[in-house]
Design a protein around this ligand. Structure first.
Ligand SMILES: Cc1ncc(COP(=O)(O)O)c(C=O)c1O
Length: 488
């Protein structure tokens, strides 16, 4: 493989100011990891030599040597005979993805829109206190609950039943988040070459997980208008994938919601193709305009008798990502195999976190109302700011979920992402959500920050948007009353 060498001067520009308050080598390594995470360094890149970078940075050679060693140790770089140190994207052997979406250390004053992950619901404080009070009793036991804490399994099952999908606790495996749930499913059902259908765009860490299991991704292109059922049916017929990993409930990143008739026909098409549906329901509780439409019942409701539908859910978006609690709901007969797969990676999730989430699920109404109100406020503020500051961007305002999927007038997304950082906004290029390439003309804007921060972010983005486009075609208007392509 031929690597593109990043010059020391370019590297210094990419790195920007190194973080203060940590050892210089560690700050340098952290910055490089972040560039990998943002897709700005990929495994097609060769890092500058230690000597050149030390000189351009005005740092000691030891600093750079130690930083590179740390990058190698943490899997972000590889020392190659004759090619110096080259970038590695963890979990992505092909490099097309350009890294994972992960929380990182934004500098003070910087608005981080790389993650669609809201802060904890206020009710989390009390739930944590109550979980703490229960811990002394738990401390007398081993603390290992490989299937999950019994009361949490009951509560997750009850919530499915409430949403129209009768479920018992023995169909639920508590996991350390939805992504861990997907990884367990992939471990069980994906082997090298297994065809897996995903939406395109989709959640980048899901692509990385499936590719990590050496699955072969088959994509279904879609946008905020949703799924094109005839195309999807024909892809299933042609590719007969073993698995289809889908997000019918406020798809990430588009926010699309699949209606019940589509669920019904899609479930039938999956059954005909012999494809196991893996439904990622991370955003299912995030309906922001529930009055506008009755919420569709969970996808598994539409499975025929004997048809396998596996549902992966999470407390991360509805309650808090820091709990690291999710679950897999599956046909009862699959639970033992899922449990075996799970116990090769971990032996259960944190008891404390499970207790806290159980308290929240036990009285979900207030927390969900709070969560939805906050997201709705920011979604509307963000959409309003876009109409005014970036009127030629297009975005369908979704009825739920966590983000707006924006179409730019031209495919300058990567340049915009790069230009936005010095202006104080961290973004992820649309291409990162693509399983099949493209999407440089798209950008995901999460509405998980508070409303005024979102408005400020759009203001900053609009400034650099005009610069990136060099004025040509940058049609900033300042009247909110003008016709806008933003469809509410
Ligand atoms: C669609 C989707 N699946 C899974 C995850 C990961 O969730 P968890 O924190 O539960 O692992 C996310 C988080 O962004 C997501 O958007």
């Amino acid at each position: 493989m031929a690597w593109t060498k990043v010059s020391a001067d370019k590297m210094v520009r990419l790195l920007g100011d190194l973080p203060a308050g940590v050892a210089a080598y560690s700050g340098l390594a952290a910055r490089v990891r972040r560039l990998v995470g943002e897709g700005r360094l990929t495994d097609e890149h060769q890092l500058p030599s230690e000597r050149e970078l030390a000189r351009s940075l005005g740092a000691s050679r030891t600093t750079v040597t130690r930083a590179y060693a740390e990058l190698v140790d943490t899997g972000y770089a590889q020392a190659r005979q004759g090619s110096g140190t080259v970038v590695r994207v963890p979990g992505n052997s092909r490099g097309a993805l350009g890294g994972l979406v992960a929380v990182h250390d934004a500098a003070a004053g910087t608005i981080d829109l790389t993650c669609a992950a809201p802060a904890a619901v206020p009710q989390a404080h009390e739930a944590i206190a109550r979980a703490g009070a229960q811990m002394p009793a738990q401390l007398r036991g081993s603390g290992y609950y490989p299937e999950g804490l019994p009361e949490l399994r009951e509560l997750v099952a009850a919530r499915y039943s409430q949403r129209g999908l009768p479920t018992s606790a023995d169909q639920v495996l508590v996991t350390s988040g939805a992504l861990a749930g997907l990884a367990i499913v992939a471990q069980l059902l994906v082997s090298p070459g297994t065809r897996v259908l995903t939406e395109d765009p989709t959640y980048p860490n899901a692509i990385a997980t499936l590719r990590g299991a050496h699955g072969r991704i088959v994509t279904h292109p879609m946008d905020a208008d949703g799924w094109d059922l005839p195309t999807l049916e024909s892809s299933l017929r042609r590719a007969t994938p073993a698995l289809a990993v889908l997000m019918p409930d406020f798809h990430n990143p588009t926010g699309a919601l699949m209606d019940e008739p589509t669920r019904e026909r899609l479930a039938a098409a999956l059954a005909r193709a012999g494809t196991t549906a893996v439904i990622d329901e991370s955003s299912a509780e995030l309906a922001l305009d529930p009055a506008a439409q009755p919420l569709p019942r969970p996808f598994a409701v539409f499975a025929a008798a004997g048809q396998d539908v596996i549902t992966v859910g999470s407390a991360s978006k509805s309650l808090w990502g820091g709990f690291r609690i999710g679950w897999v709901r599956a046909p009862r007969a699959m639970l033992p195999a899922l449990l075996r797969a799970r116990t090769t990676r971990d032996l259960g999730s944190s008891v404390f976190d499970q207790l806290a989430v159980a308290h929240l699920l036990g009285d979900l109404g207030p927390a969900l109302a709070e969560r939805r109100a906050g997201l709705r406020r920011t979604r509307d503020a963000l959409a309003g700011a876009l109409r005014i500051d970036l009127p030629d961007w297009q975005a369908t305002v979704p009825s739920g979920g966590l983000s707006l999927w924006c179409r730019l007038p031209r495919p300058y997304g990567p340049a915009l992402v790069q230009a936005a950082e010095p202006a104080g906004v961290l973004l992820v290029a649309g291409g990162r959500f693509g399983a099949g390439g493209g999407l440089a003309g798209h950008l995901r804007l999460p509405f998980t920050v508070d409303a005024s921060t979102a408005v400020e972010a759009v203001r900053r983005i609009a400034t650099v948007d005009a610069q990136v486009r060099g004025g040509a075609g940058a049609t900033r208007r300042d009247s909110a009353g003008q016709r806008s392509p933003l469809i509410a």
